[in-house]
Ligand binder design. Structure first.
Ligand code: ARG
Length: 501
């Protein structure tokens, strides 16, 4: 392509590379375009699509633990990133409410003469770990719990009334945790909501002739010649006639297609489930329920402690999510870096920023070490640092009157200034990378770099004392667009902004 020399102030060849230095005019006219248009000039999409997102996935009857944080945060962020593009979304928490854990809790309640109406979260927190441990040692007991689960699946009314109460109590507790994280779902459904579609799916699989019997069980052979490693078959129904995790996931795809007809379904689920989703997606495609390439498995890695093992809070064996929130708050307050007037509500927002920025700055597929002290520092690659920068520049802007935000000149005054402006121009590529790879870390990285340059900019350019009114006007303009970008990107990272800190 021909280079328009007016657009560059310097063109040189360095070590075989062509170095172009963008002209001040072009740089500023691009910033003005970004500033004047909606969503910073992001191109409007031609076809609006419907994305269905499946994340959260907590198991009813088990307390929400640290491991459940990442899917909630990453999922919510990906949802917002997709909406920012202009697409429609539906999110579903997809509770794990189908398996043995329910039978175990019902067994425990009956054993303890626990009345249904007396069930509370304290009892639930205690009974599941207890029963789970007992069942591990006692095969007979485990069988009894499995029988309860099976009867429940078959519609037993008494067990159903237990189940409904268990679900009600734990869902209320789970919702509190999500609420703290500003994570929200359109649908609060679970595996058990797919019961009524299991038969239809079974019929489809039979009609397509892909359901095979093997030692009394019903399976789908999903392997193909190109597989480098042998892929085990999908287990659809056991020999005693119960359905499994893969069956409910298939039935759920069927339900979603029938009710909402989404263009894509995205699953934000632990890396360790990749095989399961490969089997489910292939079966769904073979059965013409939904095409393989419309189903996306977005795996995520483990949140580890400093010892490299899955993170545990101080309370040890049952690392509940609530304990993690409390611990992060304690660490933050112990640092005494915030002003004393910060309200409780704002403190919670800052705690949120610690957790979320720690999580989202990492490539979701990778494990990372959650170092609570490091991530709560006010300097460094942390949520508090981003919030601090944002509040700081808002304050600078607020203290200056008589600024005409419409009039950005074509001047650039020094390298701090220029570097910040160049970074502003990188926003679209950071966003588009996050969108197309479903990787919020591109946005986290960008917003961090933007904040580093913003700090250098205002520390070296003393806007308040600037006497040249045109220069002052330009600089406030630049800080203003920067603050708009930070605000929007924080919202894509699910980080709420406090009033003070
Ligand atoms: N409840 C599952 C678990 O804790 C996660 C659910 C993920 N979503 C899904 N459609 N399978 O492992």
């Amino acid at each position: 392509e021909k280079i328009n020399h007016n657009n560059y102030k310097k063109i040189e060849v360095v070590n075989g590379y062509l170095n172009l230095t963008i002209s001040d005019n072009l740089l500023n006219s691009k910033i003005k375009d970004m500033n004047d248009s909606e969503k910073f000039g992001l191109k409007k999409i031609e076809n609006e699509e419907l994305f269905f997102l499946d994340y959260g996935g907590p198991n009813v009857a088990k307390p929400l633990h640290v491991g459940h944080m990442r899917t909630a945060i990453v999922g919510e962020s990906i949802k917002r990133i997709i909406e920012f593009m202009g697409h429609k979304t539906i999110s579903d928490v997809h509770f794990g409410d189908y398996g043995l854990q329910i039978g175990e809790v019902i067994y425990g309640m009956i054993r303890d003469n626990k009345k249904i109406e007396d069930l509370d979260i304290k009892y639930l927190d205690k009974i599941y770990p207890e029963m789970n441990a007992l069942c591990k040692e006692n095969e007979e007991l485990k069988q009894k719990c499995a029988d309860i689960t099976k009867k429940l699946q078959d519609g037993d009314l008494l067990y159903k009334s237990y189940f409904e109460k268990i679900r009600e109590i734990s869902v209320a507790d789970i919702k509190n945790n999500y609420n703290f994280l500003s994570v929200d779902f359109d649908l609060w459904q679970g595996e058990s909501d797919s019961y009524k579609y299991l038969k239809s799916v079974e019929e489809i699989l039979i009609a397509k002739n892909i359901l095979k019997s093997s030692e009394g069980a019903l399976i789908v052979d999903v392997s193909n010649e190109e597989d480098k490693k042998p892929l085990p078959p999908l287990l659809f129904k056991t020999s005693i006639g119960s359905y499994l995790y893969a069956s409910t996931d298939l039935a759920t795809i069927y339900e979603r297609v029938t009710k909402y007809n989404p263009d894509h379904i995205l699953y934000i689920v632990d890396n360790r489930q990749s095989l399961h989703f490969e089997q489910v997606f292939r079966t769904s495609s073979m059965a013409n329920i939904m095409d393989y390439d419309k189903l996306e498995y977005l795996g995520y890695g483990t949140v580890n402690g400093n010892d490299g093992k899955p993170y545990k809070t101080r309370s040890g064996d049952a690392p509940k999510l609530q304990n993690l929130f409390d611990q992060a708050k304690d660490v933050l307050l112990s640092k005494k870096e915030m002003s004393a007037e910060v309200s409780n509500e704002d403190t919670d927002k800052i705690v949120n920023s610690i957790l979320k920025f720690a999580d989202l700055q990492n490539n979701r597929e990778k494990d990372y070490i959650f170092d609570i002290s490091k991530f709560s520092d006010i300097v460094g690659k942390t949520g508090p640092y981003i919030l601090y920068t944002y509040l700081r520049i808002k304050k600078i802007i607020k203290n200056i009157n008589d600024i005409n935000l419409a009039d950005l000149t074509n001047n650039i005054y020094n390298d701090y200034d220029r570097d910040l402006r160049l970074k502003i121009l990188e926003l679209p590529s950071a966003y588009l990378n996050a969108y197309s790879n479903r990787m919020p870390n591109y946005i986290a990285e960008y917003v961090y770099e933007l904040c580093v340059l913003t700090n250098a900019f205002y520390q070296n350019n003393h806007i308040n004392n600037e006497e040249d009114i045109i220069k002052k006007n330009d600089w406030v303009n630049i800080l203003n667009i920067t603050s708009k970008i930070i605000k929007e990107m924080l919202s894509l990272l699910v980080i709420d902004i406090p009033d003070t800190m």
